[in-house]
Design a protein around this ligand. Structure first.
Ligand code: C5P
Length: 239
């Protein structure tokens, strides 16, 4: 079953809490990213915890291994359910993050680490301009394998890369997919987009949805419609 994560990309605690108030009857997971974490992180994490919601801390760590290790250690005190690092930081950096995760688990935490493969806002042309010649799909596959080898729990990827990740990383990785747009909605700055139903059919474990819910006239109705689309798809029985 594909789970919905609502992205709280809001400028103030009050606006983020209002989105949580409106959607918490239909959503159990919330993403706290740069905007929320840097402006009012501790308050919103506490508020989500008090409601029993799951926290996905999307801080996309990228630095030398020692710095990322220390960063994951420091963030463990928030007890996030999931935390992101960039796969482009390399195997040693991923392994260092995994060590800090293991330590937080031994101390009673349950954090899962996700590696961001290739941002869903990047097109093939933009990757080439940034000096990355591999096709985006191939780059996702290479980075997913690197993440799996270094004991990362899952990857962030586009919906049309889920099957590739499952095939190349032997099913061991969770898949978390942003770039979700219900049919007929604007893509905004996203490039590799898919509908909630396409994500569910692809077998994504989680989808991350921001503006289609947070900028909707009725965020609760928008979230409920996405949940209905996800629930309409029954996972294939194991053979
Ligand atoms: O508003 P929208 O639905 O486009 O928001 C998607 C969210 O997912 C944003 O918070 C963005 O930071 C995040 N994200 C993404 N692409 C990635 C990783 C995270 O769009 N590869």
């Amino acid at each position: 079953m594909t789970e919905l994560i609502v992205a709280l990309d809001e400028p103030t605690f009050e606006r983020a809490s209002a989105i949580v108030d409106k959607t918490c009857a239909v959503a159990n997971w919330y993403k706290v990213g740069y905007q929320a974490f840097y402006a009012y992180g501790e308050r919103i994490i506490e508020a989500l915890r008090a409601r029993g919601s799951h926290v996905f801390l999307d801080l996309k760590l990228l630095d030398i291994p020692n710095t990322v290790y220390a960063g994951v250690q420091s963030l463990a005190r928030y007890k996030p359910d999931m935390l992101t690092v960039h796969a482009s930081g390399g195997g040693d950096m991923l392994a260092a993050a995994a060590r800090a995760r293991d330590e937080s688990k031994s101390a009673g935490g349950s954090m899962r680490l996700l590696a961001v493969t290739v941002l869903t806002s990047l097109s093939k042309e933009e990757l080439v301009l940034a000096g990355e010649d591999l096709d985006p799909h191939e780059l996702v596959a290479v980075r997913a394998e690197l993440a799996a080898r270094n004991r990362i729990d899952g990857v962030v990827c586009a919906v049309d890369e889920v099957s590739l990740v499952m095939a190349r990383a032997a099913d061991s990785l969770l898949t978390v997919c942003p770039g979700i747009r219900p049919a007929g909605k604007t893509a905004d700055d996203q490039r590799r987009v898919a509908t909630p139903m396409e994500a569910a059919i692809a077998g994504a474990d989680f989808i991350v949805v921001g503006r289609p819910i947070t900028a909707a006239a009725d965020p609760a109705a928008a979230a409920a419609a996405i949940q209905a689309e996800l629930r309409a798809i029954k996972p294939l029985p194991a053979i």
